[in-house]
Design a protein around this ligand. Sequence first.
Ligand SMILES: Nc1ncnc2c1ncn2[C@@H]1O[C@H](COP(=O)(O)OP(=O)(O)O)[C@@H](O)[C@H]1O
Ligand SMILES: O=C(OP(=O)(O)O)[C@H](O)COP(=O)(O)O
Length: 394
Amino acid sequence: MKTIDDYNFKNKQALIRVDFNVPLNDEMEVTDANRIEAAKPTIIKILEDGGSVVLMSHLGRPKGKESKYSLQHIQDKVSEVLGVSVKFVEDCTGEEVEKAANDLKSGEILLLENLRFHEEETAGNEAFAEKLAKLGDIYVNDAFGTAHRAHASTTIVAKFFEDKCFGYLLAKEIKSLDKVLNSSEKPVTAVLGGAKVSSKITVIENILDKIDHLIIGGGMTYTFIKAQGGHIGTSLVEDDKQELALEILKKAKEKGVEVHLPVDSVIADSFSEQASTQVESVDNIPDGWMGLDVGPKTVKNFANVIKDSKIILWNGPLGVFEMETFAKGTIELGKAIVEATENGAFSLVGGGDSVAAVKQFGFADKVSYVSTGGGAMLEMLEGKSLPGIEAIKN
Ligand SMILES: Nc1ncnc2c1ncn2[C@@H]1O[C@H](COP(=O)(O)OP(=O)(O)O)[C@@H](O)[C@H]1O
Ligand SMILES: O=C(OP(=O)(O)O)[C@H](O)COP(=O)(O)O
């Protein structure tokens, strides 16, 4: 795996694909700079070598040139995080851009305008990729969050470079996931929560060969419970996935994977913070009530499994953590994972909502690794090869 450590960037210009798709508030201020901070080591190494840097990214999913998606909004934040003043150019291809790129001196950084202002980006257009390729001597991909997209700047552009490599972030993401999926240490525990079985089916099927324990929580619990004949009231359920749920349980048994399902739930009489709530056995939920979090017995059971695990993968909250009333299961699981990590386990958290949860509850610095990619990580867990990664390898 070629990384930026294989190159000396002295008097070289790096064209780096970063994922600066960061959240902005109504004042167009960056509310979470994690993805910018995560790309910093790569950029700094290149500058310290004596090179210059052209940064390219998308922001959101604009339809044409929508000013609210301009990367100019993040220019100051990028300068602040990197500790270097960053120049900005109002397009990502064309004469003016090429001139700005040619004028860059060692130690300088140029940020391009949103790649997705051109539809050729998502279309993976070769001519567009070739134009981007004019902007640097070495192509560096450090955009893990976008590595599952076969877009011009993430994948196609690589073919126009003799010299190309992974940035530190992308390399670290690959290594962390590899540590979870191909570990010699045991037991390996995967916690899968979130809303639906259907969005995690392929993940479950792919990881059954690689884990010892599977903890299931969140909304998808109830499809499993109903499939086994339990009463789930009005809890979230995918009726057409019941067969599949039983099949998964059977497969897990055949492969020697212990599956841990919730035994109790915090149930509510409406999907609301103000709902009446009580704790009930997971398979005995009355009509008109729905399970919105795991109950205290379940929390204890899950924490016991986590305590003895050496490798832990967490994707998907255990309840509707966005509402304080139903956040306890997710918080307690987070605490158990932090404790296991302090005792030497390796823990990886990934997925948009799971990452939001660990940040919100203050666990982000206390687990071993928090992935910067949601969809990209799920695709890796599904066993797919990501085009952005393949393009550098080949
Ligand atoms: N019991 C439940 N009923 C309904 N929704 C739930 C339940 N438990 C969790 N959720 C919801 O699942 C969503 C997260 O699911 P998902 O997108 O699969 O996670 P991730 O982004 O981490 O992969 C959250 O919005 C959460 O409120
Ligand atoms: O935020 C991103 O994905 P994620 O929400 O799955 O982590 C990436 O920047 C990819 O964005 P896209 O899903 O619009 O291609």
